[in-house]
Design a protein around this ligand. Structure first.
Ligand SMILES: *Cc1c(COP(=O)(O)O)cnc(C)c1O
Length: 495
């Protein structure tokens, strides 16, 4: 197999191994890691369509993580995609109202972040062994609500690691917050910040860039790493479910070999949809990538105009995991559109920091023609949940509803009837208050657990294990700090 190395979006000459890129998370120059070339699938979709999820995942991941042995990689995969998932298929497909919903929320914390974060700790501890790291790995993570719990669950009690999660106090759903603040495990720490997700993410990036802090902690035996979606160890596992879904549709006779599909993704940090895009470069037949935003519609505007402009008010919406104005993973697309030009990318990213905006060139805009951007307001989001439930009995969460709504509008305006999969990124139970508002307003109450019980009856779906686990769990984390005090909070936990 061809060896794949990783370069930085801000230094095309850099070369590190996959395991090193996973350990570091972010390149020292502030750039994101990308493979020097995107490998193509070396098994046919006919073969893939006979494989289970773990087997497909291996066929995809082996091409990117070439310094892992077959045994190492298969161990990581088997430890991740096991009975933590409540279905043998891992990512079941549900057909409703003209589209296939690929349900990415059957893992431990009932959001799609589990797809990558159930394997990342295994990839990382394997990487530490391979690279003879004797330091304790400290995972620093900012979350818009779902990454936090998924990372905590993944790293809970993993020897040789500690994990610190920052979340925007007041910016996440009740269930999301309860999931995080009840986290057990002596190596875990959850801290609310007085700010929004972008503040948390920027704060964490600052800590990563703090050379003095890095040295001080190194002397104390610690090394930072990131579980955020900028880590290549999250991006690669996310490609697998697009390949698996395509193979599944093929095996069920829903599509023909080679037939192109549309992929609709409710988007925040641009990680999930970027994984689909990289999948297409590997050989996945895709017609359009439909990028769905909520009222924080920076990406919609970007696809429309070629200008990325974060200078606008931040909206707290009913799809909080997409309340983001700085979509970090977009940097990877920008770099690729610029023809792997690190200098050009650096200029754009510099403008983003200094002006809060940048405009890509006309030739780069050409590269966006397979993307379609749309957005849904909070009202439209609730309407969509209600409509789908009324027409089909299927209940989706608020994030998935943003995608579903944008897809309906896409079909109406373009007439495109290409078969389509919609990434269903969270269980409706995780956002039960808003889901109830949409399907049965009379059932709205201030008791989220009671609403979960009634949602279970209305949707004819069991209350997920992840909800049962926190029903009576004690709150173990109650710190809330100012953004400026994030560093002090990290040092206090590591003292
Ligand atoms: C994180 C998240 C998203 C956004 O995914 P990105 O990879 O950040 O674009 C969408 N929906 C849910 C439920 C999420 O948790």
């Amino acid at each position: 197999m061809k060896e794949i190395l990783y370069k930085s979006t801000r230094n095309s000459k850099l070369r590190v191994k996959a395991s090193e890129a996973i350990l570091k998370g972010l390149s020292d120059d502030g750039g994101l890691f990308l493979p020097t070339e995107i490998p193509t699938l070396d098994v046919s979709f006919e073969e893939l369509s006979k494989m289970n999820y773990r087997e497909v995942a291996y066929e995809v991941m082996k091409l990117f993580l070439t310094d892992y042995t077959e045994e190492e990689l298969k161990n990581c995969i088997n430890n991740a995609y096991d009975d933590k998932f409540d279905t043998e298929d891992i990512v079941p497909l549900t057909f409703a109202d003209g589209a296939y919903y690929v349900e990415l929320f059957h893992g431990a914390t009932i959001a799609f972040k589990d797809m990558a974060l159930s394997i990342l700790p295994h990839l990382m501890t394997t990487a530490a062994k391979k690279n003879n790291i004797d330091k304790e790995i400290v995972i620093l993570t900012a979350t818009s609500g779902d990454t936090g719990k998924a990372a905590l669950a993944g790293f809970d009690s993993v020897p040789g690691t500690k994990i610190i999660v920052f979340y925007p106090k007041g910016g996440v759903s009740f269930i999301q917050e309860k999931q995080m603040v009840t986290q057990k495990g002596a190596n875990t720490k959850v801290i609310g910040i007085k700010g929004n997700f972008d503040d948390a993410q920027t704060g964490v990036k600052k800590l990563f860039g703090d050379a003095k802090l890095r040295d001080d902690l190194s002397n104390k035996g610690f090394q930072f790493s990131s579980a955020n979606s900028i880590n290549i160890g999250r991006l690669v596992p996310q490609i697998c479910y697009y390949v698996f879904s395509y193979a599944k549709l093929l095996s069920e006779g829903k599509i023909a070999l080679g037939e192109k599909i549309n992929i609709v993704v409710p988007t925040g940090n641009f990680g999930n949809i970027l994984a689909a895009y990289i999948g297409s470069k590997m050989g996945l037949p895709v017609n359009k990538f439909i990028c769905a935003s909520n009222e924080n519609k920076v990406l919609y505007d970007f696809f429309k105009t070629g200008t990325y402009d974060k200078n606008r008010d931040f909206a707290l919406t009913n799809s909080p995991s997409m309340d983001i104005l700085i979509s970090s993973n977009l940097e990877r697309l920008i770099y690729m559109l610029a023809g792997d030009d690190d200098e050009k990318n650096k200029e754009f990213m510099h403008e983003l920091v200094t002006e809060g905006r940048y405009e890509i060139t006309d030739s780069m805009k050409e590269g966006l023609k397979n993307f379609y951007g749309g957005f849904a307001t909070q009202e439209e989001t609730l309407e969509q949940i209600g409509k789908l439930y009324k027409d089909t009995g299927y209940v989706i969460d608020t994030h998935t509803a943003v995608a579903s709504r944008v897809y309906d509008e896409y079909k109406k305006t373009t007439g495109d009837d290409t078969k389509t999969i919609i990434a269903s990124t969270a269980s409706p139970f995780k956002f039960v208050g808003n889901v109830m508002k949409a399907i049965n307003p009379a059932g709205v109450s201030d008791d989220d657990f009671a609403m979960c019980d009634s949602l279970s009856k209305l949707a004819n779906v069991d209350v997920p294990r992840a909800v049962e686990e926190i029903r009576d769990a004690a709150v173990l984390h109650s710190d809330v700090v100012e953004v400026d005090d994030m560093k002090a909070a990290v040092l206090a936990f590591l003292k």
